[in-house]
Design a protein around this ligand. Structure first.
Ligand SMILES: [Zn+2]
Length: 152
């Protein structure tokens, strides 16, 4: 049986597990059917919809402003790299282990001000977690302390 490696899940799968696309070299899509149906390719329409829904849910739970058209605009042109950490952003897994550290999240510049124009950035989950609840001074203090203990 002929197989091909899916670019997304990196698994070797039989040809039947890929959609056909005559425009491509071997006539098959680069992602397997399972990966395409999961739809969570970074930047894809499905990803954009999922991200928007997540943010809407979060905003209504926290009762903070949520400007849907501003969010749509932000998601339509997401950055390749996390502006904070410079790592390549991904759509993340939607398995039980929660989002990967590289998965894109929408961060509020000022927490509580809401998901509105000028208060949002797409950053990696990891950067978001580091930033959570900490002030600039606290992040600096911790970074300096880590740099010192690394030398010990
Ligand atoms: Zn796949």
């Amino acid at each position: 049986m002929k197989t091909k490696i899916c670019v997304k899940c990196k698994k070797s799968k039989p040809f039947g597990q890929f959609n056909t696309n005559a425009a491509l070299v071997d006539g098959l899509t680069i992602y397997c059917k399972a990966c395409i149906s999961s739809g969570y390719t970074y930047g894809s329409k499905t990803w954009q919809r999922a991200m928007l829904n997540n943010v809407k849910t979060r905003a209504s739970r926290k009762k903070i402003p949520c400007d849907v058209s501003a969010i749509r605009e932000l998601l339509a042109d997401p950055p390749v790299l996390c502006p904070a950490l410079g790592i390549k952003l991904t759509a993340g897994s939607h398995g039980h282990q929660g989002p990967a550290s590289t998965s894109a999240t929408i961060d509020q510049r000022v927490a509580g001000k809401g998901y509105v124009e000028g208060n949002m950035d797409i950053i990696a989950q990891r950067a978001n977690r580091i930033k959570t609840d900490a002030t600039t001074a606290e992040i600096r203090a911790v970074a300096e302390w880590v740099a010192i203990v690394e030398l010990l």
